[in-house]
Design a protein around this ligand. Structure first.
Ligand SMILES: Cc1ncc(C[n+]2csc(CCO)c2C)c(N)n1
Length: 219
């Protein structure tokens, strides 16, 4: 029987490269150049706006009222809460809101958001969730992974708040509900359908790793 674990284990190399990317390790060690983090934060604003559209698409791709409510709740959370928090967080890092609005997207941002939206547009609701899974579930796993590393620096690390946000019980509960949802859907599928979803998951995971790399390369 397939589960979220199947998606991960069949993309073990991609998943590890994403989770343990140099950007992530340097966040944990507190050695990431602040310019790299600022660049990442700015592009992440653009990512979050497209992520909101992806939840709008999830509403459209829903087949019943429960699914519509789930997509709508996620859409409202991102639009009413998370983008506002991100704008506030950017301001703390010296990035004013007006610097975010006209920002050109990096190739890595475009590649990732286009892939997620295209996958959802041409596929069904499960395809879309699988394309979003590295984002939603990955960040939760990365925060916990970092907290278990001997090189983690907490005191005086400018990135501690970021790590704690994704390690928090609130965020971990959201991760678990997404894993449960995926497990419920994946358990009913035949091997060919699972193989197709593994391919989507692998590509989305690679595009997340490219997003980290974009932060390091400042492109
Ligand atoms: C490139 C990129 N990937 C994943 C996230 C994480 N993330 C995006 S939206 C959201 C909330 C889930 O509803 C979370 C955790 C990010 N910020 N940027």
């Amino acid at each position: 029987m397939s589960s979220f674990e199947t998606l991960k284990s069949r993309n073990a190399g991609e998943w590890q490269a994403y989770r343990e990317h140099d950007f992530v390790c340097r966040l944990g060690a507190g050695t990431l150049p602040e310019e790299a983090f600022r660049h990442y934060l700015k592009q992440d604003y653009l990512f979050l706006v497209q992520f909101a559209r992806a939840w709008g698409l999830a509403v459209y791709k829903s087949r019943d009222l429960d699914e519509i409510r789930q997509g709508l709740d996620s859409l409202k959370a991102i639009v009413d809460v998370e983008i506002g928090l991100h704008v506030g967080y950017c301001a703390e890092w010296g990035i004013p809101e007006n610097a975010l609005a006209d920002l050109p997207p990096s190739p890595a941002t475009l590649a990732y958001t286009d892939y997620v939206l295209e996958t959802g547009l041409h596929g069904d609701l499960l395809d879309l969730h699988v394309a979003l899974a590295p984002c939603i579930i990955g960040y939760g796993e990365i925060a916990l992974w970092l907290k278990a590393q001997p090189f983690l620096k907490t005191d005086g690390n400018p990135y501690t708040a970021w790590i704690e946000m994704y390690a928090s019980p609130d965020y971990q509960a959201l991760v678990q509900s997404e894993i449960d949802w995926l497990d419920g859907r994946l358990a009913r599928l035949d091997d060919a359908a699972v193989a197709r979803l593994c391919a989507i998951f692998g590509i989305a995971t690679r595009l997340e790793a490219d997003f980290w790399q974009m932060g390091l390369d400042l492109i």
